[in-house]
Structure formats: structure tokens, C-alpha cells
Design a protein around this ligand. Sequence first.
Ligand code: V47
Length: 383
Amino acid sequence: MCAEAADRREPAAFRTHDVRLEPIAAKVFAGERLDFGEGLALYASPDVLAVGWLANHVRERLHGDVTYFNVNRHINPTNVCVAACRLCAFGRKKGDPAGYTMALEEAWETAASGYTEAVTEFHIVGGLHPDLPFEYFLDLIRGLKERFPKVHIKAFTMVEVAYLARRARLSIEKTLIGLRDAGVDSLPGGGAEIFSARVRSIICDHKIDGEEWLETARTAHRLGLKSNATMLYGHIENDEDRVDHLVKLRALQDETGGFQTFIPLAFHPANTPLDHLPVTTGLTDIRQIAVSRLLLDNFPHIKAYWQMLTPKIAQIALRFGADDLDGTVIEEKIYHDAGATTPQGLTRKELCRLITEAGRIPVERDTLYHAVMRTEDSFTVAV
Ligand code: V47
């Protein structure tokens, strides 16, 4: 962030009983980048309201009161997965009676079903299936584009892309080009978990490492595909691991500019091998949103994913640094398998109410953050 972009508002409105936040606040007001140690101080501060105040200041500098949401549908074509990540309650081994894999027709029907509002985005992620060929995924995407040409396809995490590349014996670049040419418009942010090798070896040792995740994102961005980024927190990581993760994402964003949104994901332990861990508390979730906004100065958006945070905490997050709630979602599986008690979807009207009652202005967006204008059940995108 450059100093010219900094806010000229009177910083005297800022009050804290944590003296370590004062120099950080001065940097935030001057539009200067926070360093690793300052990231740690934000996590350690007893004054979470002051941390949130600063994050809200940045959020309003970037977006004013505007708060984004979209009308999307999740599609999880398979839960069969070769990885057996301890963090996950969704994946099933091949042969498990609870495993499923959609036939292509079924996936296309799923895309069309279960909603009354015209969606602008399909969010597609799934397990690392040992047998499905690359062609299955290309046909899935081509079929969706044929049937829903106006809908943006945000599909496959960096982990899935790397796995498809390995199975198809293609480079990451060629795999991404194949997916892009079939109709993938951008990539979701999942699979990043936490980049620390120590933590990764415990919670997701079957996944690509942090460097490979970043390299796959780098390649996607070079090919013109935007993506999101996530961080899974609230398990066995510590503050150093979190700051390290955020700083690595920030460095890649300096290089490519290809990330749109950062989504902190709170770990849900139910039905996972880590179910002895406690769930995150509201203040941990809110602080995570705020620290993300403050450290990721080059990310345009911070998403409070309501499915993961609950609509109530997500609404509060709109005053602690978040400017996006994600979408209608419809049929979320990954968190619900891990014990989430949130609804499976929210309507446009419900999302607008959450945003308006937080004193913000709801703006429906498409995946690339263009405003969407609606007439009855159709839409046009302002570009
Ligand atoms: O990669 C899996 C996480 C992610 C659990 O890009 C878990 O717009 C908590 O990435 N507890 C998938 N988290 C979801 C995801 C996402 C969601 C919404 C929007 C976007 C976007 C991306 O969920 C996985 C993993 O990090 N996850 N299991 C669990 N038990």
C-alpha cells in the first residue's frame, strides 16, 4: 500500500490501552506495511477492539461501507480422496460406502437444481479421486459452460490442480491451460491450510507442501487466472505460523497481483481425527479477520465466509475488516460434514439483511467483483 493512498483522517480517534499498538496504528494511518513482529503483536494484543478498529479503518479506506456478496452454488463432484488429511471430515477412501462420485449428468443436474435465483458462480471443489481421468474434469466444465454460459466457473483448488497434473502427467501450466480452455474462469482459495511444514505434516501430510501451493497459484496468475487464498486456523498452529502464512501470501501478491480475496477458515474439528481440539471462539475468529485485513495490505478483499463463521459472527466481522460475506452457497458439504450447524444456504434477501443491519451497503458482485444488476431472475454484469 502506498503512502499517497493513506487516510488523512484524524488518527486521534484511535484509543488503546495496549502501548504496543500505538506505533502499529501510526504505520496503518501512514499506509505503511506492517512487519512480522507487528503481526505477532496484533495476535498477542489484549485490546482486540483496538485491533479491530484499525482493521475497520483500513476496510473503510478501501471500500467505504460497501459490502459484497454473490449468488453462487457449490458443487462437490466427489468426496473420494486419496489423501487422508486429519483436518478433513469430507473425504472418503475409495470403496467406502459413504463415498460418492457424480456422473457428469448428475453434476450438471446438481448445478441446475435447488435454487430459485439465477446464480452467477459455480464453486467447484472435491476430493483427489484416484481413478477419475483429467477428461472427466474437462468434460464437467465444458458441459457446465454449454448449459450455463453466463455463469462464472471458480473451480479446483491448487491441491486438486497439482494432483490432476500428476495423474495426467502434465505440467502444472499445461493442466491449468487445459482447465482454462475448457471453461474454468478462476480458482478458489482452498487447500492452502497453513504453510508451516511442521503443522502441515500433522494436519494434511498427504497434500502438496506450501511451496507447491504457492507455485501453482503463481502459475495460475501468470496465465491470467485470478484466485483466492485461504488459511486454516484454530487447530495446532501458533501465531508465528499464522503470520508466516500471511506474509508468504502477501509476497506472492506483490509479485503477481492475482489474488482477489483472502478467506480465513476456522477449523471445525467434529468428525475429524482432531476432534479432541476445541472449536474456535468468536473473539479468535474476529481477531483473525482483523489481523488478515491489516497484514494483507495488497489484497483487495477479506471474506467473512458466513458458512464457516456463522451468519452472526460474519455480520460482526463486517465491522472488523471484512468487506465480503461470500454467497448464497446452496448445499455446503465440507463444513457440514465437520459439524457445522449453519444453514446450507442463505437467500439474497437474508444476506442483504445481515449487511444492512451491520450499517453497511450490500452490493451483489460477480466472482471478479463487478456489480450485478438484477431484473426478476436474470442478471447483467456492470463492467
Ligand atoms: O481447503 C476442510 C477447509 C477448505 C475443514 O475461494 C476445513 O471463495 C474447517 O476453500 N474445518 C475448502 N475447514 C473451503 C474453501 C473455500 C470456502 C469458501 C470460499 C472459498 C473461495 C474457498 O475448507 C479446505 C480446507 O482448508 N476445511 N475441512 C474442517 N474440518
